[in-house]
Write a protein that binds this ligand. Structure first.
Ligand SMILES: *Cc1c(COP(=O)(O)O)cnc(C)c1O
Length: 341
């Protein structure tokens, strides 16, 4: 398995730090918690999509594309990082953003939307009645008719090319752990469009690390998400020449933190975000990493891990959406009243 044979751009600040979270660990009185800081990949504020985009944008350049199109939720972190990556290499960027529920102004104009606009992307918003795939195809055809050469990236950058970013992350993480003599017992992270978990599982099994991964689903139920991750992990293993390195047993997802649905707040998510912010000074996000951390905390409280174990939480980013979620995270205006303390 040689990742270096695939076209790749350097977009991310790598390796991302691997940090031990002592105050969070002490508060939860469970296993030692480490955090792999993929919120610090650098581009556009960071996040997991930047690792995928190193391979996807390189492929777009090989294909001689002039415009990149990709879909996402209105507050998509993938859309933001794609817009920034395109700006970085001088490609046009067209985002098809789905607005499915009645959102407030912060959700529709702040956070990632504000940044998409700053990076100069074209935004096309589609509603619940539209099929995003069709809207995206139509947009690509429109660009082609005007003489542009479109390159379409699937939602979340999740195909075998994008997943290479997380094959690479798996190798990077195991190398870091080896350097400091850390024996990782578990990896926990948020799973959505499946590319992160698929790449990690393919990479970790290809190098026979033996480290189990738990994906905390933010949308699909356990069965559907495990099928999506397994399909992509198998295709990714083929892509890197490691066919046969993994089986269905290597793909484990839990849907117990989805709550009312994708992007919709849960009390456990808000509690997890506040706890990590107040013990470690680290910002999680309400849609992905906050729910994944809620899943980890719940497991620790239920005694799922031994105190002697070491758990790595992969922070996949998303803090740039926080200002779009003032309705659930905000505590009102700062006050000038000095009597309040
Ligand atoms: C996209 C995203 C995820 C999920 O990663 P997938 O590869 O889509 O499963 C997790 N966290 C954040 C912050 C994301 O933006």
């Amino acid at each position: 398995m040689l990742i270096a044979r695939f076209p790749r751009l350097s977009l991310a600040h790598l390796p991302t730090p691997l940090e031990r979270l002592d105050r969070l660990t002490a508060t939860l009185e469970g296993p030692t918690i480490w955090m792999k800081r993929d919120d610090c990949t650098g581009l556009a504020g960071g996040g997991n999509k930047t690792r995928k985009l190193e391979f996807l944008i390189a492929d777009a350049l090989v294909a001689d594309a002039t415009v990149v199109l990709t879909p996402g939720a209105i507050q998509s972190n993938h859309a933001r990082q794609t817009a920034a990556a395109c700006a970085r290499v001088g490609l046009d960027c067209h985002l098809v953003l789905e607005d499915r529920t009645g959102h407030d102004d912060d959700h529709l104009a702040n956070g990632n939307v504000l940044l998409d606009q700053l990076f100069g992307a074209t935004l096309e918003v589609c509603g619940a009645e539209d099929d995003p795939a069709t809207v995206l195809e139509d947009a690509a055809a429109r660009h082609a008719a005007l003489g542009a050469r479109p390159y379409v990236i699937p939602g979340g950058g999740s195909n075998p090319i994008g997943a290479l970013g997380y094959v690479n992350a798996a190798i990077e993480l195991v190398g870091q752990a080896n350097d400091i003599g850390l024996d990782i017992d578990h990896i926990v992270h948020a799973t959505g469009s499946a590319g992160t978990q698929a790449g990690l599982v393919a990479g970790l099994t290809a190098i026979r690390s033996g480290i189990p991964v738990l994906g905390v689903s933010v949308r699909a139920n356990t069965t559907a998400q495990e099928v999506a991750v397994l399909d992509l992990a198998l295709a990714t293993a083929d892509h890197i020449g490691a066919t046969g390195c993994l089986t269905a047993d290597d793909v484990v997802v839990d849907d117990d933190q989805v709550g009312p649905g994708y992007g919709l707040a849960t009390d456990a998510m808000v509690d997890a975000m506040r706890l990590v912010a107040r013990t470690e000074g680290i910002v999680l996000d309400p849609v992905y990493s906050g729910k994944a951390m809620a899943g980890l905390i719940d497991r620790i409280r239920r005694g799922a891990y031994d105190r002697a174990e070491h758990v790595v939480f992969l922070h996949t980013g998303g803090a740039q959406s926080v200002s779009a979620h003032r309705d659930v995270l905000g505590e009102g205006r700062a006050t000038a009243n000095r009597d309040r303390s």
